[in-house]
Design a protein around this ligand. Structure first.
Ligand SMILES: Nc1nc2c(c(=O)[nH]1)N[C@H]1C(S)=C(S)[C@@H](COP(=O)(O)O)O[C@H]1N2
Ligand SMILES: [Mo]
Length: 378
């Protein structure tokens, strides 16, 4: 038995072991099982578009070379020897930090599932999600040392990438930028990140430094950081106030309909049935759940009663997806539907696709509804 066989037989993943000698990430694969793909596959192979192929989900950690990328402008090559991070605006002590300054600060890792808020489901744009162990230094102490002035209410994160924008007859070149309130920016979990799965942060993922904001959709995790600026007004740039804006039709208890436009923000509870496999005569459904602290995951087959799935990741990774599975006993031959729903520690349930919450949402961002998948069993 070589090392690979041993790992397979023991149910451990090679990636997990190689990436983190101190922790073993189990994935509940069964040696020799074969994939029965869902019928609702994306029209183009996801890997071709750099997206996660749910059919291939077999590790808790998404390897760097399989991690999706979203970049709205260019993908700048930043010269790290001259690069620095500017902290400016309404702060007592503006600073410029080199990469060495940042690496000299206390190091922290966070395993966080980063999902693009545009990841809206089968069969269209799916797989804009990955789970990595991000390494860096906490943001809050740096902001506190800079000393946010009392009138500062907004923290803007600027990237090195830029593009031409046209608004109200004005043509301008803008850098990618996203903001947070001072309170949100000071959350303990936020990292200035220079490492991904134990390797230097890859260039497409924002080298030399990006923001990792666990609890937020991918859009908040600004790559190729250039400047962090504190201001006394709300920021309304393209990616805060135009793109990545959710339009929702909300019904008030008194019957009035209110159309809300909100900037994409924190992650929302979500799960997906990723794949079905067969070993001998035993079918198993695998999937993931994320976006909130997950308490349990339930599966309904052909619209039947909700059955609780087994959650397989054991380590205490607050911001990481949970991998789950359910053995599917004796499915009849023919077409079936499989749908999962996640329930968080406060009892909130992932909304159904036909709920008012999802039906009232007229834009594709923040699509956290239940995804009904179709499968044919021979
Ligand atoms: N500077 C910069 N940061 C960015 C973006 C960008 O275009 N420019 N895209 C955002 C979006 S929409 C997402 S989903 C994530 C994707 O991160 P990844 O490319 O590492 O997967 O980065 C975010 N940070
Ligand atoms: Mo995104």
């Amino acid at each position: 038995m070589d090392r690979r066989d041993f790992l397979r037989n023991s149910g451990l993943t090679l990636t997990g072991l190689l990436l983190s000698p101190w922790a073993v990430y189990a994935f509940p694969s069964r040696e020799g099982e074969i994939l029965i793909p869902f019928l609702d596959q994306p029209p183009e192979p996801p890997a071709k578009r750099g997206l996660l192929d749910w059919n291939e989900l077999d590790s808790f950690i998404t390897p760097n070379d399989k991690f999706f990328n979203v970049s709205h402008y260019n993908k700048p090559e930043v010269d790290v020897t001259t690069w620095n991070l500017e902290i400016s605006g309404l702060v007592e002590n503006p600073v410029k930090l080199s990469i060495d300054d940042i690496k000299a600060r206390p190091k922290k890792d966070v395993t966080f599932t980063l999902e693009c808020s545009g990841n809206h489901g089968f069969p269209t744009f799916t797989g804009a999600i990955g789970n990595a162990k991000w390494g860096g230094t906490p943001l809050a102490p740096i902001l506190k040392e800079a000393g946010i002035k009392e009138e500062g209410i907004e923290v803007i994160f600027f990237g090195h990438d830029s593009g031409e924008e046209k608004r109200r007859g004005v043509t301008m070149r803008q850098n990618f930028a996203r903001s947070m309130s001072v309170e949100d920016a000071l959350q303990d979990a936020n990292l200035l990140c220079y490492e991904m799965n134990g390797e230097p942060l890859p260039q497409p993922n924002g080298a030399p430094l990006r923001l990792i904001a666990p609890e937020w959709y991918g859009i908040a995790c600004v790559k190729w950081l250039k400047r962090i600026e504190v201001r006394d007004t709300r920021f309304m740039g393209r990616f805060m106030g135009r793109d990545y804006v959710t339009i929702r039709e909300e019904k008030r208890p008194d019957g009035e309909t209110v159309w809300m436009e909100t900037s994409v923000g924190k992650t929302q509870i979500k799960s997906l049935a990723a794949k079905v496999t067969l070993l001998g005569r035993n079918y198993r459904i695998y999937g993931a759940a994320w976006g909130a602290p997950i308490r349990k995951v339930e599966i309904s087959i052909d619209g039947g009663p909700w059955q609780e799935a087994t959650i397989d990741t054991e380590e205490d990774a607050e911001f990481a997806w949970k991998i789950w599975h359910l053995n599917w006993e004796n499915p009849t031959s023919g077409e079936h539907t499989v749908v999962s729903r996640a329930i968080d520690t406060k009892g909130n349930i992932q909304p159904a696709a036909d709920s008012d919450f999802i039906k009232g949402k007229h834009t594709y961002w923040e699509s956290n509804g239940q995804v009904v998948r179709k499968i044919n069993i021979e």
